[in-house]
Ligand binder design. Structure first.
Ligand code: CP
Length: 300
C-alpha cells in the first residue's frame, strides 16, 4: 500500500490530523495556487456524490492540477463487466492520485494495497469517509476554537452513517463526550461503542431528540441512508424519525453549532437554515480547503 494513501481516519495520527487542519486554514486564506501544476487527479465515483467529488475536483483545479474520472460508473467500462481491479489499475497508469467512492466496504483499502499511486477514500459503503471527517474536525475547530473536551450529539442513522463512524475515531484524540440518538433499528454499532469504552470515551444512548441536546456543543445530524437498507419497508418505518426545527433550538448553548454531512432530506427543517447555529453549508464549503490540504499531503 502507498503510505501516502488516506483510506481510514485511523491512518492519520493526532499530529497528522492537526497538520491537515493547519494546512486547510492556509488554503482557506489563499486557495488559488499552482503547487500541483503538471499533476493529474482522478475521481472515480461508483456511487452518487455532489460535494465530495466536486470539492475534490475544485481543490485539484485550484492547486493547478488537472482532473479526469467519472461520476457515474454506468458510463465506464465497469458496466461491460470490467473488474474493480482492472479499472483502477488502468487509471493508475494515467493519474498521480485516485480519489474513489465505492459501495463496497473495504474497496478503498483493496485499491490502496494493489496500486502504485495513492488512494483517497471518498466513502466505502457504510465504513469510512475520512475526508468528510477531516472537514468536520476543521468545522468544529473553527466554530468552537478547540477540539478538546466537547459534548457531541450524533443523531439519526448511526448504523449505516459512515461519517459518524469516522468522526468517533478521530475525536478519540480529543477527550469528547458523546450522546448517540437513534431509533432502535439504527443504533450505533457495537464495534464503535466498544471503541469508545476501550479509549475511555463516555457515551450515552437515547431514542429521543427533543430536549436532549441542551448541553451539546455540536449537534451532528445525519440522513437515514436509504441506499444501505436491504428491507425498504424498514426504511419507510424510520425515514422520518427525526426532524430538527428552529423551535427545538431554544434553550441550547450559545456556542452550539449544527453540523450535517449533507445531503439532507427531512432531518433538518429549512426553518433552521437561517439560525446562527446552523453551520452545515459552511461546513461543506470548508471541505474545499480540507481537500486541498489532503491532496497536497498525499502528493507531497
Ligand atoms: N457529504 C457527502 O459525502 O456528500 P456527497 O454525497 O454529496 O458527496
Amino acid at each position: 500500500m502507498s503510505n501516502k494513501s488516506l483510506v481510514s481516519i485511523t491512518d492519520y495520527s493526532k499530529d497528522d490530523i492537526l497538520s491537515i487542519l493547519a494546512s486547510a486554514a492556509d488554503f482557506e486564506a489563499c486557495p488559488n495556487r499552482t503547487t500541483l501544476a503538471g499533476k493529474v487527479v482522478a475521481t472515480l465515483f461508483f456511487e452518487p456524490s455532489t460535494r465530495t467529488r466536486l470539492s475534490f475536483e475544485t481543490a485539484a483545479i485550484r492547486l493547478g492540477a488537472k482532473t479526469i474520472g467519472f461520476s457515474d460508473a454506468a458510463t465506464s467500462s465497469s458496466s461491460k463487466g470490467e473488474t474493480l481491479h482492472d479499472t483502477i489499475q488502468m487509471v493508475s497508469c494515467y493519474a498521480d492520485v485516485i480519489v474513489m467512492r465505492h459501495y463496497l466496504e473495504g474497496a478503498a483499502r483493496y485499491a490502496a494495497e494493489v496500486l502504485p499511486v495513492p488512494i483517497v477514500n471518498a466513502g466505502d459503503g457504510a465504513n469510512q469517509h475520512p475526508s468528510q471527517t477531516l472537514l468536520d474536525l476543521y468545522s468544529i475547530l473553527k466554530t468552537q476554537g478547540t477540539l478538546e473536551g466537547l459534548n457531541i450529539c450524533l443523531v439519526g442513522d448511526l448504523k449505516y452513517g459512515r461519517t459518524v463512524h469516522s468522526l468517533i475515531q478521530a475525536m478519540s484524540h480529543f477527550r469528547p463526550t458523546f450522546k448517540f440518538i437513534a431509533p432502535d433499528e439504527l443504533r450505533m454499532p457495537e464495534e464503535y461503542k466498544t471503541f469508545c469504552r476501550k479509549h475511555g470515551i463516555p457515551f450515552t444512548e437515547s431514542r429521543e431528540l427533543t430536549d436532549n441536546f441542551n448541553d451539546a456543543d455540536i449537534l451532528y445530524m445525519t440522513r437515514v441512508q436509504r441506499e444501505r437498507f436491504t428491507d425498504l419497508m424498514e426504511y419507510e418505518r424510520v425515514k422520518n424519525v427525526y426532524t430538527l426545527n428552529n423551535a427545538m433550538l431554544a434553550g441550547t448553548k450559545p456556542n452550539l453549532r449544527i453540523l450535517h454531512p449533507l445531503p439532507r432530506v427531512t432531518e433538518i427543517d429549512p426553518d433552521v437554515d437561517h439560525n446562527e447555529k446552523a453551520y452545515y453549508f459552511r461546513q461543506a464549503q470548508n471541505g474545499l480547503y480540507v481537500r486541498q490540504a489532503i491532496i497536497s499531503k498525499v502528493l507531497s
